[in-house]
Design a protein around this ligand. Structure first.
Ligand code: HPA
Length: 290
């Protein structure tokens, strides 16, 4: 037996800690909550069993003030669905961003740990700037493909072969069955679920008008500062992936106002937007419980 790599040792320590903290809970679905979308756990559809702060979890990426990004709480919430108590889920309230100074490997560490804890499906969410014609702030967009324009890849370096293969396919990273279910849920609820390509950049600056014109040319529907690295890590491990953007603003140059995090938070915090988003996630979880 080869000796486990440092990453494997660290992940094992993290997973053992989480098992001990949660009475051996093995969630099968992970929901990553984006900017301003972190109140999903307050939805009455959930029964919460455990809450664990990132700062208490061994080897979780830490920075002295990193949960200080407004709108990002920094905790894992373990829950079940009231309608399907056998479905165990874990919510990541607050993600780890590259622009905070974390490495790409640190950004995806929580996903890798939670995969080893039992997660098979990940639902990613984010706030994004709308590029595609017809989008309005508050719209939800199903991500059906991505442009990783960060210039980064969390799998660069020695391949963690215990997680997945050196070279892995990205032809269809987003699960088409989840898309079908999401479209059906939106239709039932009477709202349009837009669909398109998410372009991920590093941030933290918003884009220039010229950059948005470039992204239009490239076929991007929405733009943001997260998600793409997590999708890479998830597909490396063979996880089923679904992803939703909440359009918090129109991208630079497509709206009269300049861009601000306050606007992003205001849109994602809007009661109607929140309700649609939560209905979609709870609906998808209900489908996954069957
Ligand atoms: N650009 C990049 N990231 C974002 C945006 C945007 O317009 N809105 C929310 N996150």
């Amino acid at each position: 037996m080869p000796t486990p790599s440092l990453l494997e040792q660290q992940l094992t320590e993290t997973v053992d800690f989480l098992k001990a903290k949660t009475n051996g809970t093995t969630p099968s679905v992970l929901v990553v909550l984006g900017s301003g979308l972190g109140t999903l756990h307050e939805n009455p559809a959930f029964t919460i069993s455990h809450t664990v702060a990132y700062k208490d979890i061994p080897n979780f990426p830490q920075k002295p003030n990193h949960t200080a990004v407004v709108g990002h709480a920094g905790e894992l919430v373990f829950a079940t669905l009231k309608s399907a108590p056998h479905l165990s889920v874990v919510l990541m309230r607050g993600r780890i961003h590259y622009y905070e100074g974390f490495t790409p490997q640190e950004v995806v560490y929580p996903l890798q740990a939670l995969k080893l804890l039992g997660v098979e499906t990940v639902l990613l969410s984010n706030a994004a700037g709308g590029i595609q014609a017809g989008l309005t702030p508050g719209d939800l967009l199903w991500i059906n493909d991505q442009l990783n324009l960060t210039g980064l890849n969390p799998l660069i370096g020695e391949n963690p072969a215990f997680l997945g293969p050196r070279f892995f396919d990205m032809t269809e990273p987003f699960c088409p069955q989840l898309r079908e279910q999401a479209v059906a849920i939106a239709q039932q609820q009477g709202f349009t679920l837009f669909e398109g390509v998410y372009a991920g950049l590093t941030g933290p600056s918003y884009e220039t008008k010229a950059e948005i014109r470039m992204l239009q040319t490239l076929g991007a529907s929405a733009v943001g500062m997260s998600t793409v690295l997590e999708v890479l890590a998830a597909r490396h491990m063979g996880l089923r992936v679904g992803a939703i953007s909440c359009i918090s603003n129109l991208a630079a140059g497509l709206q009269a106002e300049t861009l601000s995090h306050a606007e992003v938070m205001e849109t994602t915090g809007n009661a109607k937007v929140m309700e649609r988003f939560q209905t979609l996630i709870v609906g998808l979880l209900t489908c996954l419980a069957v």
